[in-house]
Design a protein around this ligand. Sequence first.
Ligand SMILES: Nc1ncnc2c1ncn2[C@@H]1O[C@H](COP(=O)(O)OP(=O)(O)O)[C@@H](O)[C@H]1O
Ligand SMILES: [Mg+2]
Length: 249
Amino acid sequence: MSHKLEIKNLHVAIEDKEILKGIDLIVKTGETHALMGPNGNGKSTLLMAIMGHPKYEITKGDILFDGKSILESPVDERSRMGIFLALQNPQTIPGVSNLEFLKYIVNAHSETKQKLPKIFADIKEAAKELNFDVNMLKRSVNDGFSGGEKKKNEILQMKLLKPKFALIDEIDSGLDVDALEIVSQNLNSYNKAELGMIIVSHYDRFFNKVPPTHAHVIIDGKIVVSGDSKIVERINKEGYSWAKTKQNS
Ligand SMILES: Nc1ncnc2c1ncn2[C@@H]1O[C@H](COP(=O)(O)OP(=O)(O)O)[C@@H](O)[C@H]1O
Ligand SMILES: [Mg+2]
C-alpha cells in the first residue's frame, strides 16, 4: 500500500523566531527526496517539525499523513504511524542500556508484545548487517560512541522500526568511507516501494550511493529550487550561490 506525507505552507518558529517560511512538499512511499541547502537555513527544523518536536512551533500550515493532519499527534504517535527521524546530533542517554532502549522501542511499536529472544535476535541481526559491534549494545545509549557509531545506532533503530517515512539528517557526517558504504547499502536494502525518504546531506558522494528521485534546496526557510538529482550535481560543482539567486524569483 502506498502512503503520502504532505507538507502544506508550513511555517515554523523556534522561540518566537520564524525559521520556516512556507514549505510545500509531498513525499510518497517509493520516493527519495534529497534536501540540501546552506547550514542554518531550516533543513533540520523541517525534519524536527514533521516528527513533532515540541520546541518547533507550527504557526501556519499543515502536515498530513495519508490526507489526515498529524499536527495534534505527539511524537510517539507519529512514530507509530511510521515516521522515523535519524537525528543529525543523536542524544546520549546515560544509564539506559542501548539494548534495553532498542527492546523498548520495538515493543512500543508492536501491537502484540514480542518475545525477548526474538527481539534480541532481530537486534543482533540488524547490528550485524550494519557491522555494528554487539558490545555497543551493552553500553548506555550513544555514551562514548564515536560520531560514526552514533549514526549507525540511528540506522539500527530504523531497521528495527521499519518506518514508512524516514527523515535522515546528515547521516553521512562522521562516517568513514567504509561506514558510509555500509549505511548506504542498508538504506538501499529496503523495499523501495514501501519507504519514502527525505535525506539531508551536502554531498554527492552520498547521493551517488543512495540516488534521490527528487531534490530540493532550502534557503532562508523556503524551498527555492526543486527538481531531480541534477540539482545535487550542480551543488557539487558550483555550491549554493546559484540557488541563492532564485530566492526571490
Ligand atoms: N533548538 C533551537 N533553538 C534555537 N534556535 C534554533 C534551534 N534549532 C535551530 N535553531 C535556529 O534555526 C535556524 C535553522 O536551523 P537548522 O534547521 O538546524 O538549519 P540546518 O539544518 O539547515 O543547518 C538556525 O538559525 C538555528 O540557529
Ligand atoms: Mg541541520
